[in-house]
Ligand binder design. Structure first.
Ligand code: IMP
Ligand code: MG
Length: 185
């Protein structure tokens, strides 16, 4: 029996099956690319909080040994006065120097968050640095950023579910849905 959508949800953009199939494909690609790396050296760094479900599913589908760590950032919305300003809230517990680092992020919007993270991590001299991002809104980009592993390109709508939130709500919906514009505008 279908579970009714929450009132604030407009429509489902990506259902559970579609997401899981894509996550499997990303995991296969990453497993092939990182084959042979010692497990001590390969670290997934999830960006809290939005990436926690994506990271959990992706990591469990990897066939290469890896470690998991997290970082927490806060950003001011693009278009606001402080737009593009990113602040470090919690750093990784692992020293990334000489490690193969894969940033795992829920969504790239303006690009400022990933640009900030890439610059920050480069200063720590990792052996390699790549990014795996579930969603991209290309129309919203303010700064160029090369994503190495991308799940889906989506239109410029506010999406929730599968880790993504609006005001810290809707993170545990199993699908990715567009919020009704009346909720956020
Ligand atoms: P950027 O720095 O503008 O690329 O923004 C990236 C961050 O904005 C993501 O990590 C999300 O936390 C948040 N974000 C952007 N668009 C959405 C959305 O549609 N739903 C939920 N969070 C979003
Ligand atoms: Mg985020």
């Amino acid at each position: 029996m279908a579970v009714p959508l929450p009132d604030s949800v407009d429509y489902v953009l990506l259902d559970e099956d579609t997401i899981q199939q894509r996550v499997q494909a990303l995991a296969d690609q990453i497993s092939a690319d990182y084959a042979g790396i010692h497990h001590e050296d390969f670290i997934l760094v999830g960006v809290l909080k939005g990436s926690f479900i994506f990271l959990a599913d992706l990591a469990r589908r990897l066939t290469v040994p890896h470690r998991v760590d997290f970082i927490a950032l806060s950003s001011y919305a693009a278009g606001t006065e402080a737009g593009g300003t990113v602040r470090l809230i919690m750093d990784t517990r692992t020293d990334l120097t000489e490690h193969h680092v894969l940033i795992v992020e829920d969504i790239i919007d303006s690009g400022h968050t990933l640009d900030y993270l890439q610059r920050l991590f480069q200063t720590r001299h990792p052996a390699s640095l790549r990014s795996c991002v579930l969603l991209s809104k290309p129309d919203r980009r303010e700064i160029e950023f090369q994503v190495d592993y991308l799940g889906f390109e989506i239109p410029d709508v506010w999406v929730v579910g599968y880790g993504l939130d609006y005001a810290d709500r809707f993170r545990t919906l199993p699908y990715i849905a567009a919020l009704k514009p009346s909720v956020y505008s």
